[in-house]
Design a protein around this ligand. Structure first.
Ligand SMILES: [Zn+2]
Length: 129
């Protein structure tokens, strides 16, 4: 019972942010509701949520990040600040186009776009190097 309360809290935390947090960040948030929760418990619950399809995990260079948005979408990573944003540049029917042109059965795809986010872009214009 206590375990499912912790898991629900972790799911709430991941769904309430669009910053694609790491397990460490989620752990800090979860400790506000469950001061004695361990990082291992947070990891175990995150893995269960990923397996249940309620949360997605994404690899960001050396760290794993978590995404409460499980609908198909693409990601944009800012080369300057490193923040990952949700962005949908592909039409979901694009998969039909892909499957029409090669022998593999493609079932899913995920684009990671790179560039400069609006905040960093604005910063560069305000303070030119
Ligand atoms: Zn996302």
């Amino acid at each position: 019972m206590r375990n499912s309360r912790q898991r629900n809290e972790i799911l709430r935390i991941v769904r309430n942010t669009n910053t694609h947090p790491t397990a460490d960040w989620i752990y800090d948030q979860a400790r506000m509701a469950f001061p004695n929760i361990s990082l291992g418990t947070v990891y175990r619950n995150l893995n269960q949520l990923v397996e249940a399809g309620l949360v997605k995990s994404l690899k960001d260079t050396t760290v794993v990040r978590y995404d409460g948005n499980v609908d198909p979408h693409d990601h944009f990573k800012c080369d300057q600040c490193g923040q990952i944003y949700d962005l949908s540049v592909t039409d979901p029917t694009f998969i039909d186009t892909l499957n029409a042109n090669q022998p593999f059965l493609i079932r899913s795809f995920h684009l990671e776009l790179h560039g400069i986010c609006p905040d960093c872009h604005r910063e560069a214009q305000t303070h030119p190097a």
